[in-house]
Design a protein around this ligand. Structure first.
Ligand code: CP3
Length: 353
């Protein structure tokens, strides 16, 4: 059983630095595109055998140390009463009118009844993985989900969202509270179905000032984590653009803090201290570099990660669809080879001191 990912989450010594890749099942893999060719994205998410099949592709092809459930952060919104569809430009949402009354009426759905396909996918995966690598479940954080609800999809400036936070904070808090309760139940159900770690994606919390993070994002991540069974599976807490928020992310909760490439891992380690593990943080565009240059960057990150216990190698955000699968494969091989040669033993020494 390859458990180096779970060991690193718990800040235990590892034989090599574990590595997985955000969005590791996706369009950069021809094998994924072949499955996706005959089936819309949401249907794929809702068909357990197919979702399990694409989850397993990067395990076999790349040799990563963890599987992540194939699904989407927007899946639990539909049973709350928010329409979700995907078109060429990304997700398109149809929320109820953003009034206090409508937000109070939003459902907090039971995942067993409303998203059984997610739980079935997890059960199939645990069976098919048979201990080969651990399975990560995930959800969007309340703030990030609220951004999709309020903007009715993706956004560049998040103006509608920020105006709602500033002009009608009681409406925003009601929405965030409903999302936190939904996500808490949703992750709990994933863990009960067999997820061995969970990642909370607060992808867009990095657009907030520290004071607004403290009001609209951090407390709702805490509320989600408090809803999870204890003692529980490791929780990875990820924010894109979280450089100004690292200490606050740690205070909000999580056993592992996921960081993007805009903070050096050494700085992140210094600021976070030894009580949490870190995950990251290669710029996904580095996968377009020639191999020697990519290898240099991997070595730099491993060196910084090895300065304390608990480092999980990952990209700082999702892999781009036009990345070569060979580059991703090389990355995984490189992390394993270089950390076996130096990074991991140093990590071990540090812990023994
Ligand atoms: O990491 C994995 O391999 C697991 C699967 C996964 C997907 N989405 C599959 C997906 C995960 C963990 C997500 C999370 C997700 N979804 C996030 C947070 C992570 C992040 O990137 O910060 C967000 C913001 C979403 C919402 C979302 N889903 C958007 C904005 C889009 C459109 C952009 C795009 O890449 O097309 C999606 C679609 C999506 N989710 C795809 C995949 C593989 C592409 C769908 C396709 O096949 O066309």
């Amino acid at each position: 059983m390859n458990d180096r990912f779970l060991r690193a989450c718990r800040r235990e010594p590892v034989d090599r630095t574990p590595v997985w890749i955000m969005r590791q099942a996706g369009r950069y893999l021809p094998e994924y595109r072949a499955v996706r060719a005959g089936i819309p994205f949401l249907t794929l998410c809702k068909t357990p055998e197919k979702a399990a099949e694409v989850t397993l592709q990067p395990i076999d092809i790349l040799g990563v140390d963890a599987a992540i459930l194939f699904s989407d952060i927007l899946i639990p919104l539909e049973p709350m009463g928010v329409g979700v569809r995907f078109d060429e430009g990304g997700p398109v949402l149809a929320p109820p009118e953003l009034t206090l009354e409508r937000m109070q009426q939003l459902a907090v759905p039971d995942p067993v009844e409303t998203v059984p396909f997610v739980l079935d996918t997890i059960r199939i995966l645990r069976r098919e993985l048979a201990g080969r690598v651990p399975l990560i479940g995930f959800a969007g954080a309340p703030f990030t989900l609220a951004s999709y609800v309020v903007e009715k999809g993706g956004s560049k400036d998040f103006l509608k969202l920020k105006r709602l936070l500033f002009e009608r904070p009681e409406v925003a808090h009601t929405l965030l509270g409903k999302l936190a309760d939904t996500v808490g139940l949703y992750l709990r159900a994933q863990i009960e179905a067999g997820a061995q770690a969970v990642q909370i994606f607060d992808t867009w919390a990095g657009i907030l000032s520290p004071r607004d993070y403290d009001e609209f994002a951090g407390p709702y991540v805490t509320r989600v984590i408090e809803a999870l069974p204890r003692p529980g599976v490791p929780v990875i807490h990820y924010v894109n653009g979280g450089a100004g928020l690292l200490e606050r992310m740690k205070a909000a909760g999580g056993d592992v803090i996921g960081i993007d490439w805009k903070t050096s891992l050494a700085d992140a380690r210094r600021r976070l201290g030894a009580s949490v593990a870190v995950q990251g943080n290669l710029d996904p565009v580095a996968l377009f570099l020639p191999r020697e240059k990519l290898e240099e960057r991997v070595a730099e990150i491993l060196g910084q990660g090895a300065s304390g216990p608990g480092h999980i190698f990952n990209l700082g955000h999702g892999i781009y669809p036009d990345t070569s699968p060979d580059a991703a494969k090389f990355l995984v091989e490189c992390v394993h080879r270089l950390s076996a040669a130096g990074g991991a033993p140093r990590q071990q020494q540090q812990q023994q001191q």
